[in-house]
Design a protein around this ligand. Structure first.
Ligand code: PRP
Length: 216
């Protein structure tokens, strides 16, 4: 769960390709009206996300053809990506999930990770693809990959929809990369603020007053 007790700077950076088919910027469409009063603007539209997920799915389909792939979703945020991505991969798949929690303050990751829910399956000799919604400091994933490597999978790769620029603290080798975004707090498509906003179909930036209210 992400909380953000301090107001963030209002992000100015534009997304790579925010334009709709008619050239206009994506607008809020009342998908969840109760959420959208807190949203400053959409950073990545539903259409852009779905296009990216489809492309990632096609690449993964080609790369793992003839192999038995196990997708490992990192709860909770990755559940939306996991659902969409898995349906873009035209191969037999198996699924597992891990739930991890980082020790440290609410607004930053300490790098020490507690496993709240471990895998149900052994992964020795398996082709494993970790599905992450976002890489921020990279410390959670760094810990997770080290942990999974000790279980001796045949292969271990990562697909991450979002990566923040200039805040990553560790070098990570991400095979399947989605969008690079500014180091601002984002919600939607699995990502939360105080457990809200996960079911928005796009990635958005919150208004500063939404943080000022604080979690709860
Ligand atoms: C998010 C995300 C990653 C982690 C990335 O999870 O899903 O697992 O943070 O942060 P890092 O790169 O700085 O380590 P979060 O802790 O928000 O939990 P949630 O998915 O349950 O909301």
């Amino acid at each position: 769960m992400k909380t953000c007790l301090a107001p963030m700077s209002v992000p100015q950076a534009a997304p790579a390709d925010p334009a709709q088919d008619d050239g206009s910027l994506p607008t809020l469409v009342g998908h969840v009206a109760e959420y959208e009063r807190d949203i400053d603007r959409i950073l990545i539209s539903e259409r852009e996300i779905q296009d990216m997920v489809r492309k990632l799915g096609e690449r993964i389909t080609e790369d793992y053809r003839g192999r038995q792939l196990l997708l490992v979703g990192v709860l909770k945020g990755a559940f939306v990506l996991m659902a969409d991505l898995s349906r873009s991969i035209r191969l037999p798949l198996m699924f597992d999930f891990m739930d991890v929690s980082s020790y440290g303050a609410a607004t930053h990751t300490s790098g020490v990770v507690r496993i709240l829910k471990d895998l149900d399956h052994e992964i020795e000799g398996r082709d494993v693809l970790v599905v992450e919604d976002i890489i921020d400091s990279g410390l959670t994933l760094n810990y997770l990959l080290k942990n999974l490597r000790t279980r001796r999978p045949a292969s271990l790769e990562v697909v991450a929809l979002l990566q923040k620029t200039s805040v990553q603290q560790v070098e990570l080798d991400i095979r399947y990369e989605g969008f690079t975004i500014p180091p601002d707090f984002v919600v939607g498509y699995g990502l939360d603020f105080d457990e809200r906003f996960r079911n928005l179909p796009y990635i958005a930036l919150l208004k500063p007053e939404a943080y000022a209210e604080g979690p709860g």
